[in-house]
Design a protein around this ligand. Structure first.
Ligand SMILES: [Zn+2]
Length: 72
């Protein structure tokens, strides 16, 4: 499982490979950016990512629990 960088939802990327005989209906969303492959829960999220990938990647890499303890 991987996380959709747009909405944060868990995505089963194995369903995107089509190795299990999944039809195109199971195709959710997949995009490549700077050599990295990203998966999406829906084509809608993929469109958002394709529009501004750096925005979502920056948001994703940002530590969620970062308190500025260096301050003071
Ligand atoms: Zn999504």
């Amino acid at each position: 499982m991987v996380n959709d960088p747009v909405c944060g939802m868990a995505v089963d990327e194995t369903k995107l490979t089509g190795q299990s005989g999944y039809s195109r209906q199971a195709y959710l969303g997949k995009s490549e950016y700077k050599g990295q492959t990203y998966y999406f829960c829906s084509a809608n999220c993929k469109r958002h990512f394709d529009h501004s990938p750096e925005y979502y990647l920056d948001r994703q890499s940002r530590p969620t629990n970062a308190k500025d303890d260096s301050k003071g």
